[in-house]
Design a protein around this ligand. Structure first.
Ligand SMILES: NC(=O)c1ccc[n+]([C@@H]2O[C@H](COP(=O)([O-])OP(=O)(O)OC[C@H]3O[C@@H](n4cnc5c(N)ncnc54)[C@H](OP(=O)(O)O)[C@@H]3O)[C@@H](O)[C@H]2O)c1
Length: 279
């Protein structure tokens, strides 16, 4: 029997998840279909009821519903509870289970390049929704975190959340500093650069051994990543995180191993067609 999956959010037209998941079903000969639905905040509860009534097996959740959907679910996985946000829902024996694959998806996307997490130093620029999932997942891998945000209170709150989970974290101002010299992993999670704008500070002085990631997907190489590349650092864009949050959602729903390469190629194919994205 055909299974049904979806992503809900607003706006939703930019979502590439249907291509990624449908290519995965095709690669493994799975009888399933993945759709995207524009859902306004005032219709979230109705949409969830509708998906359940229509027999959907699960769905992804994107902005602005990642937090509000929690009150409509029956249970949360530890990942969702820690992040305080849900990006994946599974229907299991009629129960709506909320999960979060963003943070662990990020970890999967850097593990080959970073070669080990424990005891290494990560600096996160930003303390918004995406940073929270990433920070908690990196702390779980026993990295030491330093979180820099324009609004310092939000960075301090995130540090406290990490410390409550037994992780090591400090916070600071969104500015260059001594931290540039000893960082193994630098992650840019703010929305600065989304529209091609320049980054407010230079990375001069950063070690060329640092792995630098900007989680923005489009443009592929933000001004921030260009600067990191000029300093000799290895760089990654946000497409790996996008891919692996999808891969992990797939595995949460269907079990087994998702066809990563088929999903990667589908995602890349779509990204290549988007305006700012070049090879
Ligand atoms: N690759 C992926 O799979 C993936 C997944 C999720 C998100 N993303 C990307 O991640 C970015 C952030 O998303 P989000 O959901 O975390 O957003 P969010 O919750 O709204 O957080 C935005 C963050 O950016 C900071 N910021 C915004 N404008 C700034 C400026 N002019 N100067 C300095 N800091 C600024 C905010 O600082 P304040 O706290 O001071 O406002 C906050 O830390 C977006 O570009 C999104 O596309 C990528």
């Amino acid at each position: 029997m055909e299974k049904h999956y979806a992503v809900i959010g607003t706006p939703i037209d930019h979502s590439l998840s249907p291509w990624m998941h449908n290519a995965g079903y095709k690669a493994l000969g799975i009888d399933a279909e993945y759709q995207r639905f524009n859902v306004e905040p005032s219709h979230l509860a109705e949409a969830v009821e509708g998906l359940c009534s229509l027999g959907f097996s699960g769905w992804n959740v994107t902005l602005p519903h990642k937090e509000p959907i929690i009150s409509l679910l029956d249970a949360l996985t530890p990942e969702a509870r820690r992040a305080g946000a849900v990006n994946t829902v599974k229907i299991l024996d009629g129960q709506r289970i909320g999960h979060n694959t963003d943070g662990v998806g990020f970890v999967r996307s850097v593990q080959d390049d970073l070669k080990g997490f424990k005891g290494k130093k990560a600096v996160l620029l930003g303390a918004g929704g995406a940073a929270k999932g990433i920070a908690l997942a990196l702390a779980e891998q026993e990295m030491e975190l330093h979180i820099l945000n324009r609004t310092p209170e939000k960075a301090s709150e995130l540090v406290q959340a990490i410390q409550r989970e037994g992780g090591i974290a400090t916070s600071g101002l969104f500015a260059p500093g001594k931290w540039l010299e000893g960082v193994d992993l630098l992650v840019q999670t703010t929305s600065v650069g989304l529209h091609g704008e320049s980054f407010p500070f230079s990375l001069k002085g950063i070690s060329d051994q640092t792995l630098v990631v900007d989680i923005i997907v489009n443009p592929r190489e933000t001004v921030f990543l260009q600067e990191a590349r000029k300093q000799g650092c290895r760089t990654l864009d946000g497409s790996g995180m996008l891919l692996f949050q999808g891969v992990l959602a797939w595995e949460f729903w269907l079990g087994g191993q998702a066809p990563v390469e088929a999903m990667r190629q589908a995602l890349k194919g779509q990204l290549m067609q988007r305006m700012f994205y070049k090879g």
